[in-house]
Design a protein around this ligand. Structure first.
Ligand code: AMP
Length: 213
């Protein structure tokens, strides 16, 4: 869990040596939008406004993804659940599957830092590499270092929309931290810690080790 731009996706990518299955609800939605399905078209309008996709659509897509999927090394959920209803349904899914949630990591970032980070974020539409115009600019302006594609700005990375996303996060998602704290599963980290150090701290906190391939 984390506020928009806190680095959930980057952290999940840095944990790939755990060999767990990674799923990002935001990525599932963007994939659906690209395919221009009726659900994808409905999602685009919601995301563009910076609002959360309605629970029934989110739960439908996530459930479909989970359905019958097994992973010996577990799962990393990035950006799901984000509302109380999603959290309750997710608890039920886990019970049905006979699996348990082992940890909830919350990355915290202030609103002003969120705006600074996201308004200057640019993304490669082809390979997903993320750049920041000030802190991690591409070598050649507007082009991906690895594949040369033209970088894009996400439709929801515009200041007004970023502020709305942050307000919604505080109202609907942040309160879920109490749910996971009550279950004894919550660990909170500052999202301002450099990613490498954050990854190392996560490995240490949860006593994890990379899995040899
Ligand atoms: P993200 O890629 O995690 O920043 O998500 C981008 C956008 O996708 C969010 O601003 C929401 O509109 C939507 N979204 C992602 N995950 C969820 C979720 N679990 N519930 C509702 N909407 C979501």
């Amino acid at each position: 869990m984390g506020s928009p731009g806190a680095g959930k996706g980057t952290l999940a990518a840095n944990l790939r040596t755990l060999n767990a299955e990674h799923v990002s609800s935001g990525d599932l939605f963007r994939r659906e939008m690209k395919r221009n399905t009726p659900v994808g078209i409905a999602i685009r309008k919601t995301m563009k406004r910076g609002e959360l996709v309605p629970d029934h659509l989110t739960l439908g897509l996530m459930r479909k993804w989970f359905w019958g999927r097994k992973s010996a090394r577990g799962f990393i959920l990035d950006g799901f659940p984000r509302t109380r209803i999603q959290a309750v349904c997710f608890d039920e899914w886990m019970e049905t599957r006979g699996e348990v949630l082992t940890a909830c990591v919350l990355l915290e970032l202030s609103e002003s830092e969120t705006v600074k980070r996201l308004s200057q974020r640019r993304i490669c539409p082809k390979d997903g590499t993320v750049y920041h115009l000030a802190h991690n600019p591409p070598r050649c302006e507007g082009r991906c270092d690895s594949c040369g594609s033209t970088l894009v700005q996400r439709e929801d990375d515009i200041e007004e929309v970023i502020r709305r996303r942050y307000a919604i996060y505080e109202r609907l998602t942040r309160p879920l931290a109490d749910h996971y704290a009550n279950l004894g599963l919550l660990s909170v980290f500052s999202a301002e810690i450099p990613q490498e150090e954050l990854t190392a701290r996560i490995f240490e906190t949860f006593n994890l080790a990379p899995v040899p391939r």
